[in-house]
Ligand binder design. Sequence first.
Ligand code: MOS
Length: 749
Amino acid sequence: MATATTKAGFGTALSRVDGVAKVTGEALYAAEYPADNLLYGVVVSGAIAKGRITAIDDAAARAVPGVVEVMTHRNRPHIAFFDRSYRDETGPPGSPFRPLGDDMIQFAMQPVALVLAETFEAARYAASLVDIDYAAEAHNTDFAVARANATLPSKKRDNIQAPKPRGDAEQAFADAPLKVSQEYHLATEHHNPMEMHATTVVWEGGGKITVYDKTQGPQNIQAYLASVFGLSKKDVQVRNPYVGGAFGSGLRPQYQVFLATLAAKMLERSVRVVLTRQQMFSHVHRPEAVQEVQLGAETDGTLTAIINKAVTSTSNFEDNMENVVTWGMINYAAPNAMGDYKVARRDTYTSGDMRAPGAATGMTLFEIAIDEMAYAAGVDPLRFREMNDSDVDAMHGIPFSSKELRKAYREGAAAFGWDKRSPEPRSMKDGRELVGWGVATGIWDAMFSKTSARARLTANGHLEVASAASDIGTGTYTVMTLLAADTLGIPPERISARLGDSSLPAAPVEGGSWMAGSVGYAVQLACRAVGEKLLKAAAKVDGQPLGGATIDDVEFVDGSVRLKTDPAKSVSFGEAMRAAGLTTIEAEETGSEGLHGMISQTRKARNTHSAVFAEVHVDEELNVVRVTRIVNAVAAGRIISPKTARSQILGGVVMGIGMALHEESFLDHRLGRFMNHNFAEYHVPANADVHDIQVIFVDEQEPELPMGVKGLGEIGIVSTAAAIANAIYHATGKRIRSLPITIDKLLAA
Ligand code: MOS
C-alpha cells in the first residue's frame, strides 16, 4: 500500500520562508553589516538645479573631530571616462550620471561631496559645514513647459514596442457617432521603499571588496562597479540577501553605491553610505505623464477608433522611455487605432522604472477614458469592456499565448456583487456618504529571463538551491524552496534557498515580474538534474530495488526515489548516496529559451491580465474618499506560491490606492526641487486608508512560458487607480482626469 504523503510544491500555502529572520531582526540589510574600522559617509546634496560649482570650502568640515576626508570632484580618485563604462543592464540611452564627475550640476540635490568620518554623527554634522558656491544657470523643471518641446526618444530600447497603427484612426474618430476626447494626467511619484538606499563596502584587503548594497541585481552592480572603477569582477563581490522593498528604484545602480566604493578605494577602508529619506527624492522616480485619448464608438458601444498620444518626463541627459500607449491598442478590438509617444526633458534626475512602468501609467489613464465612453454609450462599464475585448493581440494581430481576462471579469464581478450596481452616478448611498462602484482592466507583460541555479544535496538529506537572484520582498526565497520541494520531494524545512550574492549562478535583475518564473524554472531544472544523478546512484544499491527504471518511471517523495507503478519499491536518498560513495550531489542548470521579450518565438503575445473592481465611499461635505473594497481578479498562469502571490497583488493594490488618492511629488520650479520630500508631505497609503482587498487568481493554462508561470509582481497596480477613479465618478458624477484625486480637485469639480 502506498503511504499517504503530503508533498510541498506548486500551490502549497507555505509562509514566507524568510519571514522569521525578518521579524526577529536576524536578517541584515545593506546598512547593517558590521565591518572593522568602518567609516561613515554622509552625502552633501547640491543646492541648485543647474549650473556649476565654483568654489568648495571644506575647512570647517575637516576641523570636526573624527572627520577623515571630504571627497569632491576635485580630489576624488580616477573614474572611467567613456559613457559606455557607466551602462548597466537596465539604464536608458543617454549619458549616465557620474557622481562627483566634474563641476557640472544637472539636477537638484545632486550629490556634490561625501564627508567621511569615524562616526555617523561627526560625518553628518561636518556635511552641514561644507560650503559650496555655485554659478547657477536657468533651469526648467516644469513638465508643462518641457512638454512643448517633447520629441520621440533619441534611441530605441529593445523592451519598448513602437505603437503599431491599424486602419485609419483619425477618419474613424471623425466619423464616429460617439466620441470621447480628453486629456489625462499622472503626477510624478517616488518609489519610497521602507529601506533607504544604502551601501556598506567592506575593504577586504588585497584589492578585494565585498559590497552590501540595496539593489535588485547584485551581478548588475558587480559589473557596473568593475567597469566604472577598472576593477576585476573577481575582486568585487556584491551581496543583497535582504532588500526592504525597491519597486524599481534598485534596478539601476544608485549613487550611494558609487560613492561608497569610490571612497573605499580612495581611503582603503570600509565605508557605509545611507541616504536620508529626503535624499530618496534626489534620484529615480516615476515620470510625470500626460495622455490625450480620443475614442470613437458606434451608438451601441462598439469601439471603432482609438487614438492615444502620451508624453512622459525624463532628464536632460538620458531618455527614459516606457510602453505607455500600446496597452489599450493590444487589449481592445477597435479596427482603427494609433498611438504616439514622446518624452519631455526637464532638469531633474532621469525618471525610471517604477512598478509596472508604462502600464501603471498608460493603461490606468486609458481605462478612465474607456469608462467615459461606456457612460457615453449608456452601456454598463463591465459589459462595455467585455464587448470590446479582443481575443488576439489587436495591435500586432497575433494570438495571445493565453488570455483568461473574460474569466477574470466574471469571477471578479461575482465576488464583488457587480450585478447589484445601480447604473446612474450618484444613485448609491450609505447614510450620508455617496457610494460608487467602478471597474477597470489591467494588462502587463509575461516575461522570462535567462537565469541559472545550482542545487546541492548532502548526505544528511539537506538540499540547498542557489542563484544570484534577488528577493525584494517578492517571495523569491519561498518560490525557490517550493519548486525544489516540488521537484525532489524534500520537505521545505530541509531546503535552504540562497540568493542575493553575485558569486552565485547568473541571474538578471529582479524586475519585470519575471523573477519567480525565471529563477523557479532554473531551480526546477537543477533539481531535476540532481534527481537524475540520484537515480544513477540508486542503481548501485544492493538488489537494485528500482530495477532499470528511467527518470520517467520514478517519483521523488519524502526523501526517497520510488517507482510510480509500485511505490513500495523505493530507495532513500541516503541509501543511494552511500551505495555510490557520494557525500554530495550537485548540479547547475540554466533556463534559457530565448524568451526574453513580450512576443514569443512562435509569434504569440504573452501578457497577464486583471479585472479590478473598486468601491468608494465619498463624504460630500468634506470630499474625503475611502476605498472600502477592492476585488482584483488576476489571470497570471499557474500560481507557484499562493501566499506570497496574494501578497504581491495586495501590495500592488495598495500602491494603486496611493496612485489614485495620495502619491504626488511636487516640484518647486524656482528651486527646481522636489519639495515634499518626506513622509509627512508625500503621502502613501497608511493602514487607515486600506480596507477590504480580495485577490482572486483565475484558472489559466499557459502553454508557452516555462511551468505555465507568468509572474505577478506588477499586475496588481495596473489600473487599480482607474477602478477607483471610475468608482468616484459613479459615486459623485465628477470625472477627475488627473491622478491623484485629492480633495482640492473634487472640491473644484
Ligand atoms: Mo520593476 S519597475 O521591473 O522593479
